[in-house]
Design a protein around this ligand. Structure first.
Ligand code: EPZ
Length: 429
């Protein structure tokens, strides 16, 4: 078992380069199924969720070659099944994207129930609603979603609420359907735009991505392309918060500052200095961190995927802060771990955290409960007095490329330690 040992207290300093976006790249990999020729993806992050998506493609007969770090050649013309293996599907939410892409190309998909971080109940009813609107049927067969259609025909799809995953899947199923599809109340996240741009670069006809109405005219053939993934908004935000929490001075490079606006605005509200440049943001602290209120919202609101990291910063702010989680109904499980480090947080009704700032956190043995919770604990460990030992770091590696190396380059004292199962590690401070 691997753990991170972090000796806190070093202000982060220097420049960190942001990798390709996880939540875009997992969708791009699945979308290669719609391409009738080989294609090449660039700026693909080396994270475990991508490895699993590529494994899904390989398990179905696709040819996948890593040309160099971050550059992957994919030929899905050799796919010989529309079934995704249980073991791969059950480990991540993004496996649900294979429903839309297989349906879009082969008019059939068998995808075991998606897994992913436990953040509360995560049904896929809106995904299925979109498939049905286009003429597909769905049933649950041996614990898997089985969707099929004789033909897919464009239609109007209105989502009951904003959902990233269902918007992606509606695009995938519609891109080769006959006629026009109009998706209303669509998600506007940067990764939706990235996927639409990728498909358009193959010859798809998708307009309006990034607004709440997306119009798609189905095409018959999608040609090969080479496409680079956008930078990861959440990885960037995580380093911005880590810089603030350690009272550091960090340039976060290779980003699209516009994607970071809601995070930048909240950091500034807390007294953190943020300077936006063309492709980087510079974050530093020259005074106390102040309390604030945060409410998570679909893009362009404050992202739920930054909520645990930002709440962690607020545990060290002056005064009382209030954080409301509007997207998921169980995204405060990390609070119990932060309390072990001396944080003063109470959670009301599973949706609202009241955070009373404390002067410092104290190092402790803690466990990552999911991906962003793990990132939050890394930030807590970097800022805390003494040694923090983080267990379950495989969650963190689902979404952060080389996080320990990048942090060391910024001056953090973080080590990856292999600990035999059940071995007790004596904490020295
Ligand atoms: C995507 O999840 C991301 N995952 C999540 O990233 C992110 O937190 C989330 O969008 C919100 O931004 C990927 O992109 C792979 P949703 P997704 O559909 O698509 C409910 C991370 O840490 N819902 O926008 O699953 C759902 O339960 C993560 O990187 C339904 O009820 O999110 C949730 O409460 C974790 N029925 C809300 O809607 C549906 O059919 C929003 O979910 C679909 C969703």
């Amino acid at each position: 078992m691997e753990k991170f040992f972090i000796r806190g207290g070093n202000p982060l300093k220097g420049t960190v380069y942001i990798s390709g976006a996880k939540n875009a790249a997992v969708a791009l990999v699945a979308a290669t199924i719609l391409c009738d020729e080989p294609c090449t993806l660039e700026n693909v992050p080396a994270i475990s969720d991508i490895t699993k998506c590529l494994d899904i493609l390989k398990s179905m007969g696709a040819v996948v070659k890593m040309e160099k770090e971050g550059v992957i050649y994919i030929d899905t013309s050799t796919i010989n099944t529309t079934k995704v293996p249980y073991k791969l599907a059950e480990t991540m939410r993004a496996s649900s994207y294979f429903l839309g892409t297989l349906l879009g190309r082969f008019h059939e998909a068998f995808v075991p129930m998606p897994g992913g971080c436990y953040l509360g109940d995560r049904p896929i009813d809106q995904h299925l609603k979109a498939f049905k609107a286009l003429g597909a049927t769905d049933e649950v067969v041996r614990g898997a979603n089985y969707v099929k259609a004789d033909k897919l025909v464009g239609n109007q799809i209105y989502f009951d609420f904003v959902t990233v995953g269902a918007t992606m899947n509606a695009i995938f199923a519609a891109v080769k359907a006959k006629g026009q599809t109009i998706i209303e109340n669509a998600a506007k996240e940067p990764h939706i735009v990235d996927v639409a741009n990728f498909l358009n670069s193959m010859g798809a006809d998708i307009r309006g991505a990034g607004t709440d109405v997306i119009k798609i005219r189905g095409v018959e053939y999608l040609h090969g392309t080479t496409y680079a993934t956008i930078p990861d908004q959440i990885e960037a935000g995580t380093y911005m918060v880590a810089a603030a929490a350690t009272k550091g001075d960090v340039v976060i490079a290779n980003v699209i500052p516009k994607h970071l606006e809601s995070i930048t605005a909240k950091l500034r509200k807390c007294g953190v200095c943020v300077e936006e440049n063309d492709e980087s943001v510079h974050v530093w602290v020259d005074g106390p961190i102040m309390n604030t209120t945060v409410k998570t919202q679909p893009h362009p609101g404050f992202p739920t995927d930054m909520q645990p990291q930002f709440s962690t910063l607020l545990t060290m702010a002056q005064g009382t802060s209030k954080v409301t989680e509007e997207i998921f109904n169980n995204r405060f499980r990390y609070v119990a771990e932060l309390r072990k480090m001396g944080a003063d947080v109470s959670v009301e009704g599973g949706k609202v955290a009241i955070i009373q700032g404390v002067p410092t956190l104290k190092g402790a043995p803690v466990q990552a409960t999911d991906l962003r919770a793990g990132a939050a604990l890394v930030i807590a460990g970097l800022a805390a007095d003494g040694l923090t030992e983080i267990d379950n770091i495989h969650y963190i590696e689902r979404g952060y490329e080389h996080i320990d190396k990048k942090l060391r380059e910024l001056g953090a004292d973080i080590t990856r330690v292999i600990v035999p199962d059940n071995e007790h590690v004596e904490m020295t401070s």
